[in-house]
Design a protein around this ligand. Structure first.
Ligand SMILES: [Zn+2]
Length: 119
């Protein structure tokens, strides 16, 4: 339960500003999941073998808000659920507390990227 990004399910990466036409292939900055041309978060199509399919963007945990829907690994596939709580952990360490409905909660780095369904 780490909400880790699972790139094995990635199908396509597209720039929301259209920097993915045949004569202008998207150049993805994999360190922060943005388009190198316009610095916007790229849209990523994810799918698993049983037919779950989502369009996501990837943002650091500290940018996730309650009410967002995030995509994460569950058993052999991926699933999405609503964030019920997202804030700086009050205990030891520089951590971020993230809770998701019907799934659970975890403390992760505030800089860890999370797959979020664009709002
Ligand atoms: Zn772009």
């Amino acid at each position: 339960m780490t909400f880790r990004v699972e790139t094995v399910f990635d199908l396509t990466h597209t720039c929301p500003a259209g920097h993915d036409s045949p004569d202008h292939t998207i150049v993805l900055n994999r360190s922060n999941w943005t388009c190198l041309t316009c610095q916007q978060s790229v849209h990523i199509k994810m799918a698993d073998k049983v037919g779950n399919c989502y369009l996501v963007e990837r943002v650091p945990a500290r940018e996730i808000r309650a009410g967002d829907f995030i995509v994460y690994r569950e058993r052999a596939g991926i699933t999405a659920n609503e964030v019920t709580c997202s804030n700086a952990y009050q205990g030891k360490g520089r951590l971020w507390y993230l809770a998701v409905a019907q799934f659970g909660h975890d403390k992760i780095s505030p800089d860890q990227y999370v797959s979020r369904i664009p709002g």
